[in-house]
Design a protein around this ligand. Sequence first.
Ligand SMILES: C=C(O[C@@H]1C=C(C(=O)O)C=C[C@H]1O)C(=O)O
Length: 442
Amino acid sequence: MTSETAVPRLRAVTRPLDQAPDLLALADPSDPLLWHRGDRGCVGIGETLRLHFRGAERFRDAATAWRKIAAAASVDDPVSLPGSGLVALGTFAFADSSAAESVLIVPRILVARHRNRWWITETTAAPDRAGDHADPELATEGLASVPAPQAAGSWPGVEFVPRQLPGDPETAGSVASYLDGVRESVQRIERGAAEKIVLARQIEGQVAAGSDLRVPLTRLAERYLDCWTFAVDGMIGASPETLIRSTNGAVSARVLAGTRARHADAPQRDAQARDELLTSSKEQHEHAFAVQSVVTALSPHVRELRTSEEPFPLQLPNVWHLATDLGASLDEHSSAIELVGALHPTAAVAGTPTAAAVAAIAELEPFDRGRYSGAVGWIDAAGDGEWVIALRCAQLGATDPTTGVRSVTASAGGGIVVGSDPEHEFGETVSKFRPVTEAFAP
Ligand SMILES: C=C(O[C@@H]1C=C(C(=O)O)C=C[C@H]1O)C(=O)O
């Protein structure tokens, strides 16, 4: 949407459901739109509006566009819970210069859940044009309007290999480039060019024609209970890191930095990994950077900012993380997307100081991160929403028109600081890829 285009007039009608549909089963097998964690979440079916953004102003442009759309919309929402009424799901690129589009998508139908409450929202454009209006039947029939779940399709699985880029050395490919990048980052940090640089690498595979993406999504949702499982415009993953959650003037965030692989089948080794993480001054130092970057970015927008006293160990199936939770009250009427724009990129995904780290990433990573380590989430008409950092995820490419095959690219990285060891950092990326490689496995 540009300033010259008319603001679309949307009508959103929400009605409670008295039965509990399976959100994951309702997702589109080839283009799922989903946000899910435990007993909360939503699935989008069909699309009423899609907005595209690019460049350094993508968050600001999206926030402005959404504010206008929300102001012009007519919303009939007796449910009044987080995620009811008018909602858009979105995914934003990491870099200002990224070729990847940032998008906000308003689904035609949204079926959602908050604990033991369920509802359906239908959103239509141009409400006064006959034949394209929110279905009044929705008001009385509720569940009858929920589309029937599609039968589960096939899942042949995806084998990932390190992504080979033009210019990569032939033998070890992008792994060698990544290890060189870590060494170079350490040298730059030792020279004082930055304190922390988050360096990532990529792996890729192919998704066979007709593959049902609900299979990896369901695996992620079932395995990563402390993460938000998401699928927005081909970005699929399960992120543990809440960039911002904003509900009725209360905001919260979860900062992660500091990682150890889990050893779930060797309890002693696993406990040792956790203790090492908790007592390592390198990890504590790295974590402190990440927390400070969020506190600094959030402070102008909030009051009564509080953090958990000490970082705590967050246990995920693949890794331990050092975690800090933050809570605050909103000081002004910033929307969730404005807060995302203020926070992005945190030290957890870029480094410290931000500008130097972002410049180093652009030089040392031989690829465009796309939406990896950007933001993914949803926003409602009041500007409330939930956004996570797009981690532990993969981006599906366009379908090849002759073969029906789609590429899939996953990215993972970690914070490089003084004393970081390239092989150790490589191992950390392998652990961080596990949610994706295991979810997409045969
Ligand atoms: C960059 C990633 O993760 C981030 C980096 C971490 C670290 O360096 O320890 C930990 C969690 C995330 O904030 C990733 O998963 O790709």
